[in-house]
Write a protein that binds this ligand. Sequence first.
Ligand code: ATP
Length: 235
Amino acid sequence: AATTTLLEVADLHGWYGESHILHGMNFEIRQGEVVTLLGRNGAGKTTTLRAIMGMLGRSQGSIQFEGRQMCGLASNKIAKHGIAYCPEERGIFASLSVEENLMLPPVVRPGGMTVPEIYEIFPNLLERRRSPGTKLSGGEQQMLAIGRILRTGASLLLFDEPSEGLAPVIVQRIGEVIRTLKAKGFTILLVEQNFRFASTVADRHYVVEHGTVIDMIKNSEIAANADKLHTYLGV
Ligand code: ATP
């Protein structure tokens, strides 16, 4: 089948100061896929997203996005090429309303979603559009953090543990949102520790340990690999 590779990460190394954290990450994501990085605490998943986004002090290797080299570029340049990042801490501004938060990230490419289209996916944000960021529940904050990067025109979305700390019913909603975004053509790289959640949304999973990818498991083969996954994730 004619599937295009959207992101190709090859021999990626990354450092925090003197600490060498990423030791040669290798993985790829095809256009329209939802792919996860699974792994234990401290394996280097968040660091990988930060490296892709140009937010590590030092990184080395290759990060090809749509055939262009991102490694070494500044964050704002990377964003302009069409990659958007939704960090674990969500970054909602408490002093701004929902709608003001939504309007915050700059539109970098044509083809982004309009505000009404975003409210269609997140009806509760429409209801809350004049509420300050502080008044939102954790789930609403997560929805807003996802919603506001959809305006930018980015085609590759990086999500860091969107399910974290949320009630099961909200985690289900986030799962629906991710499936909707996939159906709309977005490509998604998801960092997760909750592999039961990951298995409801993803096409493939890369297992990360000590800053490298140690295995790749197709979601369709996840049941057959359950024992292996339990060992990797220590669950
Ligand atoms: P987590 O679920 O904890 O986020 P992770 O797989 O995403 O797990 P990372 O956050 O990428 O792991 O962390 C990888 C390693 O980098 C850990 O050993 C962590 O202690 C270290 N680290 C993370 N942030 C920093 C930082 N700002 N300065 C120095 N070391 C850091």
